[in-house]
Ligand binder design. Structure first.
Ligand code: HSE
Length: 297
């Protein structure tokens, strides 16, 4: 038996929901292949596209997969091929795609599949290896698809949100690497009450805007007063690119996950395309390579 799956890239945080919100991107992601074998545990047989550890205990897919095999007391093992298309350290859920993909793929091999919530729990174990922290805002949308909201970690609760309507997303990936661990280490442990209130209002506004599609509320809600002020220094020319996004008619802009990828939202494809072209040209002048990606959400 061989199972092949696609593991989408994801955008976490979405400005107003640090460790809470995330959505899956279409058409950009990894591929993984699974084979049921009698040797217990996860054996990683092939990795293409990235230099990553082959030993299961050092690999996010291995850690997540083994956590699941142990949790369900599997009487079999799996061989996994990982074909990476999402660059590690790019901020669009590379480690999450491997961790979520591992558990999603193993689930396809089971006679009695387990729930997406349980899969998310196991995937978080792999994610923790990469980031030093068990957050689910990338693995959940990777497993559930669409946009997900984590309303709690203890116990874990994941809610699939209604779709964002006719929203286009553009991703700009400047070729530098940011380790999530490092991007978390620079964040303050405490935040002013005023900022906590603003952020709570934005997240609530975001969720409300989706349940009763409210374009204006949506735009006003995709903002970040907690994390962006600290992390933007890690991303070259952040303020210039933010200004370019506005000039080209994008209505929201921010850091994808822990960066360096940047996301922008617009209501028309043309805005995203001209913004991406302009920022790519700007980065080129600065001798920085970038990848761009766009789609409708
Ligand atoms: N919420 C996490 C962070 C996502 O921003 O640190 C990282 O992938």
């Amino acid at each position: 038996d061989e199972i092949k799956i696609f593991c989408p890239a994801t955008v976490a945080n979405v400005n107003c929901g640090f460790d809470t919100l995330g959505f899956a991107l279409e058409g950009i992601g990894d591929k993984m292949v699974f084979r049921k074998v009698s040797t217990p545990g996860v054996t990683i047989t092939v990795i293409t596209g990235e230099e990553l550890p082959m030993e299961a205990h050092n690999n996010v897919a291995g850690v997540a997969g083994n956590a699941m095999l142990q949790g369900i007391q599997a009487d079999f093992g799996v061989e996994i091929e990982i074909h990476k298309n999402i660059r590690s350290g790019s901020g669009i859920g590379s480690s999450a795609a491997s961790a979520a993909g591992a558990v999603f793929g193993i689930n396809q091999l089971l006679d009695h599949p387990i729930s997406n919530l349980e899969l998310t729990r196991y995937a978080m174990k792999g994610e923790a290896l990469a980031s030093g922290n068990e957050h689910a805002d990338n693995v959940a949308p990777c497993i559930y698809g669409g946009t997900t909201l984590i309303t709690g970690y203890d116990p874990l609760r994941v809610i699939s949100l209604p779709p964002m309507e006719t929203v286009y997303v553009g991703i700009l990936h400047p070729h530098i690497k940011i380790a999530t661990k490092d991007a978390r280490a620079i964040l303050p442990k405490e935040v002013p009450l005023k900022d906590a209130i603003t952020q709570a209002q934005r997240l609530a506004g975001f969720v409300a805007s989706l349940y009763e599609w409210d374009k204006q509320l949506f735009i006003e809600s995709v903002q970040d007063v907690l994390v962006e002020p600290h992390r933007k220094q890690l991303i070259p020319h952040f303020d210039t690119i933010k200004t370019l996004s506005k000039e080209h008619g994008c209505m929201a802009f921010g850091i994808s996950g822990s960066g360096p990828s940047l996301f922008a939202f617009a209501f028309a494809k043309a805005n995203i395309e001209s913004y991406l072209m302009a920022s790519k040209a700007y980065y080129k002048q600065q001798h920085l390579k970038v990848d761009t990606y766009s789609s409708q959400i």
